[in-house]
Design a binder for this molecule. Structure first.
Ligand code: FEO
Length: 618
């Protein structure tokens, strides 16, 4: 019996499997797996999902014990995959009066899995937002297609804030007494098994998970009850944050995964040397996997976790070594994207595995492939250490924090007005973090490369938007046009998001696929971007980002900095000219600093530009 109490009227009646070697006949589960099921005891009784066939008897005993002689009124089927519904027919033999709560896609699958099951008169078919009140508790059904199958739905108990999340937020591992995530040391393995579960089972469906997360963001969730693994009732932001990163394919950490296939050890020796060079360069997160020794599900999970991956393979039957080829196809099938890759190939007479590996994963969405591919002829030849060192340097430069060291200039070597000859555009930079939208005006957005499409933006560290972009890892850029009125600059440039909702009252906005706002008026295009690296430039951070989406919104010309000064920024009225004060005026927003000398480190309190953007009032 494995009944556990979650709340006064919610019981855990699931079961744990510790004998099975492979989950879904694919994934090793050395710590087992649980099939979770929950029983709500209200005026009416509701069971949420059943369990795998192998443990049906134990499950029926749990339900019987937990019901304590009461009848079962409803069984909610959130997911028809047999690890959760195989015991449905047996359950209905034991509690034939129970009504099946499911959606219309489930009805079709139920007929396929259980052709003999009588559906007439025992179905309660629900759709998006439909509710079921069973006394004190009201359940709302939320469709979650393709998280993991098309019929998946989740259930929100609005009475006590419980989200029954189907496969979402699940993890491998049997329940060993402690049912709640806050009762175990998550760093001792469970978080790794949650990542391995998510990336391998649901990882392909990032867009659909994002859609579910958006729906979840609108719910006052207090606990999450998944169909596998631990129940979450504390620190929900932690796991929601992980799901947000995983489903957007953003690395959790900077680091290198080295996956290698080596028959006689020469390729392995080479990657050992590479790992040493990386360590010497200061890289600390280095994971090495022999693809013949480690199941691909573990390597795939770390490929989702870290930013850089090196694939090294011998050439085998004029192709890629079979286990490596399997891993690469597995990664591609899981929609893996947005990483920096390097390749090492080996071959005694015709090395081809490098090109073939690149053909499978190099062209996936948002991949950056380093140029420094290394070809071995049987083993690392004398002198090739240098090539390996170059590869290590290229990888390390994308991982280690860089800080641009300013070169000292003197008045005699720099005419400040030379800087004014540079041309700039003007843009609204927007992002969202912890549910808050914010944005600011920036003048530095530059295209860096076209394959992949990458841009760089420079953002003043004093801006809240800077911190939010750093945390969220995504942003939108709205390209402003010559029609943009000064009010837009006042709205987004002359006040702080720390004490203002800058988007309040701004109606000409829409959300792009990444969930961020962009302007729909006074802009001729928007770009959605995902940060891939940052460079600390002192007062500013340079964000280098992959462009993930974008659209042209009008044919109006883009506004330049020069056009803004000439035609948009209000000019001082004559009366003001007469009474003008002594001091320095900010060329960006017009703020006047009164005083004889402007401190070098002065920052405009309105628009946060530095002393270099002030000019003396003559
Ligand atoms: Fe746990 Fe998609 O089944």
């Amino acid at each position: 019996m494995s009944i556990r109490r979650i709340t006064d009227d919610l019981l855990y009646v699931g079961v744990s499997e510790r004998r099975l070697a492979l989950f879904e006949n694919v994934y090793p589960i050395p710590a087992g797996v649980s099939y979770n099921s929950y029983l709500l005891l209200d005026q009416q009784t509701v069971l949420l999902d059943t369990v795998d066939r192998r443990l049906s008897d134990c499950f029926y005993d749990n339900v019987k014990e937990a019901l304590g002689g009461r009848k079962l009124d409803f069984v909610v089927v959130q997911h028809m995959e047999p690890d959760h519904c195989a015991s449905l027919a047996g359950l209905l033999l034991r509690w034939p009066e129970a009504i099946i709560v499911c959606n219309k896609k489930t009805v079709v699958m139920m007929k396929q899995f259980f052709p003999e099951l009588k559906q007439e008169g025992r179905l309660y078919v629900v759709g998006e937002g439909d509710v079921l009140s069973v006394g004190k508790h009201t359940l709302t059904f939320v469709m979650a297609p393709m998280v993991h199958w098309p019929e998946v739905m989740v259930t929100f108990d609005s009475t006590d804030g419980t989200l029954f999340s189907a496969d979402g937020f699940g993890g491998f591992g049997a329940i060993n007494g402690n049912l709640f995530a806050d009762q175990v040391d998550l760093t001792a393995g469970y978080m790794d098994e949650m990542r391995r579960y998510y990336t391998n089972i649901v990882g392909k469906y990032g867009t659909q998970v994002q859609a579910l997360l958006k729906k979840a963001a609108a719910l006052p969730i207090k606990r999450i009850c998944p169909l596998h693994g631990l129940v979450w009732r504390e620190d929900l932001d932690q796991i929601l944050g992980k799901y947000d990163l995983w489903s957007r394919y953003i690395p959790e950490e900077k680091g290198v995964v080295i996956a290698y296939a080596s028959v006689y050890g020469n390729t392995e020796q080479t990657v050992n040397l590479l790992a040493g060079y990386l360590a010497d360069a200061g890289v600390r997160n280095i994971k090495m996997y022999d693809v013949s020794a480690t199941h691909p599900s573990y390597i795939l999970a770390d490929a989702f976790r870290y930013s850089h991956v090196v694939f090294a393979s011998t050439t085998y039957n004029a192709g890629i070594f079979v286990n490596m080829e399997n891993l690469l196809h597995d990664l591609a099938a899981h929609n893996w994207q947005g990483r920096t890759l390097a390749f090492i190939e080996n071959g005694t007479w015709a090395p081809t595995s490098g090109k073939l590996m690149r053909d499978i994963v190099g062209g996936l969405k948002g991949m950056t492939v380093l140029d420094e591919t290394l070809t071995l002829k049987s083993s690392l030849a004398p002198g090739q250490e240098e090539q390996l060192q170059v590869m290590a340097t290229a990888i390390a430069s994308g991982i280690l924090p860089t800080s641009a060291q300013p070169v000292e200039t003197t008045a005699s070597t720099l005419d400040p007005s030379a800087m004014f000859k540079l041309s700039y555009g003007l843009f609204l930079l927007s992002t969202k973090e912890k549910g808050k939208d914010n944005g600011c005006i920036i003048n530095t957005v530059t295209q860096l490369t076209s394959k992949p499409q990458q841009v760089a933006i420079a953002v003043n560290k004093a801006n809240l938007t800077h911190d939010m972009v750093k945390a969220a890892g995504i942003f939108n850029v709205s390209v402003l046009t010559e029609r943009v009125p000064f009010e837009v600059f006042k709205q987004f440039g002359f006040q702080s998001g720390r004490d203002t909702d800058k988007f309040e009252g701004v109606n000409s906005v829409a959300r792009s696929e990444n969930g961020l706002l962009y302007l729909t008026e006074y802009t001729n295009a928007y770009l959605s971007c995902q940060v891939v690296s940052t460079i600390d430039c002192g007062t500013h951070t340079l964000f280098i980002a992959q462009v993930t989406a974008g659209a042209v919104l009008s044919s109006d010309p883009s506004v330049t900095y020069a056009y803004y000064f000439a035609h948009i920024k209000p000019r001082p009225r004559p009366a003001q000219e007469k009474e003008k004060k002594k001091g320095y005026v900010c060329k960006i927003c017009g703020y006047v600093y009164e005083g004889e000398t402007l401190p070098d480190d002065f920052v405009c309190p309105l628009c946060k530009h530095g002393a270099e953007d002030f000019e003396k009032i003559e």
